[in-house]
Design a protein around this ligand. Structure first.
Ligand code: ZN
Length: 272
């Protein structure tokens, strides 16, 4: 059902053990393939096609469109713009590579490497995406601003280690908890402390984190396919729902960061 007929697809029980990670997806597995055959799978229906395009299309849109809305020349610290742009691109490109090549003939070793790449992409959006938030929140506290960014980077490195060595979706989700708690403490510092930032951005950042957490939970509990195994093999399963939520989360990160960057242009820290 595509531009060309693909190979004969496999059922869950016939696919290699390392690809049997969702027992509620019963059919549509690609056979073990060479790299060119993995790429050809972009053009026929199988159970990873939705995962590939739900991050592949947003990646291309972010790559081309985001530079037009980022105020590269209007902020003093250009690194904020670069970090933010890379943050928006990292999770989707890592994910696309993982989903396209996961059935590579190299087997479990290649699969594990690709899964780590996917996890590093998620860690990088958490890291690079949060650095502008930390920088702006602590703008009037230069002494702790740098230390907080360094602490967050170290926390992120620990998160990458946990995420790439975890063996279940629950443990992978848990690897991001410390970064999330750090961000929550920043949000609280904006509300109750002397943290600063656009009055509009905080709500956007909270929605961003809520979407990401919700997406991760849906992926862990495997809803809706758990209630009707086989019905969501190609479309509408939990992993695709998580992909859509991740993309929405990135859009909220972008809106929040753009609100902060617009606000910073006219802000002066109070004297003393
Ligand atoms: Zn994915």
């Amino acid at each position: 059902m595509g531009l060309h007929r693909g190979p004969r697809l496999l059922d869950f029980t016939k696919t290699p053990a390392h690809l049997q990670f969702n027992k509620y997806v019963l059919t549509g597995y690609r056979p073990v393939s060479t790299a060119p055959d993995c790429l050809r799978s972009l053009f026929y229906m199988h159970n990873e096609l939705g995962n590939i395009y739900s991050h592949g299309i947003p990646f291309l849109l972010f790559l081309v469109l985001l530079p037009y809305s980022i105020p590269w020349m209007e902020v003093d610290s250009t690194w904020i713009c670069v970090a933010h742009y890379l943050a928006c691109l990292c999770p989707t490109i890592g994910s696309v590579l993982y989903h396209v090549f996961m059935n590579h003939i190299g087997g479990e070793h290649v699969y594990d490497t690709l899964l780590s790449l996917d996890m590093v992409g998620v860690c990088l959006v958490n890291t690079l995406g949060a650095l502008p938030i930390i920088f702006i929140t602590l703008l009037c506290h230069p002494a702790v601003q740098q230390a907080a960014m360094l602490a967050y980077i170290l926390l992120s490195a620990y998160g990458i280690y946990c995420a790439t060595t975890a063996h279940t979706n629950f443990l992978r989700l848990r690897a991001f908890v410390w970064q999330a708690l750090f961000r929550v403490s920043l949000f609280l510092f904006r509300v109750y402390g002397s943290g600063v930032g656009s009055p509009d951005s905080l709500r956007l950042f909270v929605i961003m984190d809520a979407l990401a957490v919700l997406g991760g939970l849906v992926n862990v509990i495997q809803i809706p396919e758990r209630f009707s195994p086989g019905l969501f093999d190609n479309w509408g399963n939990s992993h695709q729902i998580m992909h859509v939520m991740v993309v929405c989360s990135i859009v909220y990160l972008h809106w929040g960061t753009m609100a902060d960057l617009a606000w910073i242009k006219t802000f002066q820290c109070p004297a003393g």
